[in-house]
Design a protein around this ligand. Structure first.
Ligand code: ASP
Ligand code: MG
Length: 427
């Protein structure tokens, strides 16, 4: 039996978008606790839209089952399978909210109007047409939307937004509904200066700019999907990352102009999900790199860091990193072309890790890279590759060195104590 719709919430009532991650709805008790938080927020006079991820390890389990029946599962079928995890969570959550006497309705991504391109496994949201969601909110209902999924207008097929994609669903819904904040309720208290599992005295950050969060997320901080931060930045949706287990303030991700001060360094991210590929003995002439990377781009393989060595005798080595999950594809694509490219060999090293230092104040404070490299060398960590942006320095090191490297850098910049800050407007 379903609860009677409450008096329609005034359409001027604020819209609160809350996203709950898989751990927060990991079992039935946790899911009921989330339902209580949602019902409380509704009763406090808000129009509530909650985006939910699949319960616990559901997505991993589904990936495992797919792999068991087909070593290379067809992408279309895999996407349909994976979206079922969020459907289980959304319908149970709607039932749990109704059980508390608050009317609720769940919608799949496609029903909620999440329109994507047709790239299975990492589709991009191209439009949001949330009419059904708006109607349900106007009827005074809590709306629950399945995260991580949408539908392609071209193929009419169901797509997924990439692992961790529920964050992006939430920010996209917040943008479409003009919510001024998107709350990401998760199993940690916010964004930390480093992964607390590697650095026990890592500190929770109160505020970060979109740019800093973008760099941290892109470099392995798992708390938010990169695309959700891009979406927030592009559409002006502030993001509040907070614990689903308590009511305390978490970390606010805000536009740069709302930062009171720029930390020289905000945090250290690490990433062990990439592999290093080296194309050995490439002829050093125009067009070779273009050919190599065009081939990878054509297969939508995400190339991250690229280093070309000094050439000797007209030949050079080109190394780059790709996600480990895409390294076999990269190898299969490039190996048959070695002759054509004129390269001698292809070497893959999966045992690498990337460590990145991020901070907006870096722009105006030279010498950060030098300090980072010195700290790493003092800790006995060898640097294999380096890349930088205006607010980031990243190095690739051996996988085995990752904890040592993160701690060394975190210590060097005293991130555990009071942050070293630069005055805003210094540059
Ligand atoms: N359930 C999906 C995943 O595990 C999406 C999400 O959690 O955001 O990646
Ligand atoms: Mg998840």
């Amino acid at each position: 039996m379903s609860a009677a719709p409450a008096a329609p919430a005034a359409s001027s009532a604020p819209v609160v978008v809350q996203k709950y991650g898989g751990t927060s709805v990991g079992d039935v008790e946790r899911l009921q606790r989330v339902a209580r938080r949602i019902a409380d927020t509704h009763r406090a006079g808000n129009r509530v839209l909650a985006v939910v991820s699949a319960m616990g390890d559901t997505t991993d389990d589904l990936v495992g089952m797919a792999a068991a029946v087909n070593g290379r599962p067809p992408q279309r079928e895999l996407d349909i399978l994976l979206t079922s995890g969020e459907r289980i969570a959304m319908s149970l959550l709607a039932m749990a909210v109704e059980a508390l006497g608050v009317p609720a309705r769940s919608f799949t991504g496609s029903q909620a109007g999440i329109i994507t391109d047709a790239v299975h496994g990492k589709a991009r949201i191209v439009d949001v047409t949330p009419q059904r969601v708006r109607d349900a909110l106007d009827e005074g209902r809590v709306v629950i939307v399945a995260g991580f999924q949408g539908v392609s207008r071209d193929t009419k097929d169901i797509t997924t937004l990439g692992r961790g994609g529920s964050d992006t669903t939430a920010v996209a819904m917040a943008a479409a509904l003009d919510a001024d904040v998107c709350e990401i309720h998760t199993d940690v208290d916010g964004v930390y200066t480093a992964d607390p599992r590697l650095v026990p005295d890592a500190r929770k950050l109160d505020r970060l700019s979109f740019e800093e969060m973008l760099e941290l997320a892109a470099q392995g901080a798992k708390v938010l999907q990169v695309r959700s931060v891009e979406f927030g930045r592009n559409h002006g949706v502030r993001i509040h990352v907070r614990s689903s287990f308590n009511g305390s303030e978490g970390t606010w991700i805000v536009p740069q102009e709302d930062m009171v001060e720029d930390a020289i360094i905000s945090g250290v991210a690490h990433d062990t999900s990439e592999a290093k590929v080296t194309v050995v003995g490439v002829p050093d002439r125009p067009g070779v790199a273009a050919g190599l990377f065009s081939a990878l781009a054509g297969a939508t393989i995400n190339v991250d860091m690229i280093v070309q060595n000094v050439s000797s005798a007209g030949r050079t080595d080109i190394s780059f990193t790709v996600p480990r999950g895409e390294v076999d594809e990269a190898r299969e694509l490039l190996a048959p072309r070695l002759g054509e490219i004129g390269a001698e060999d292809l070497v893959v090293d999966p045992a690498v890790a990337k460590v990145s230092l991020v901070g907006a104040g870096m722009k105006t404070h030279p010498g950060v890279a030098a300090r980072m490299f010195t700290a790493l060398s003092a800790a006995g960590v060898n640097i294999q590759m380096i890349s930088t942006s205006t607010i980031r320095v990243s190095v690739v090191v051996a996988d085995a060195d990752v904890a040592t490297a993160v701690r060394a850098v975190h210590d060097e910049f005293a991130l555990a104590g009071d942050a070293v800050v630069a005055e805003q407007g210094a540059g």
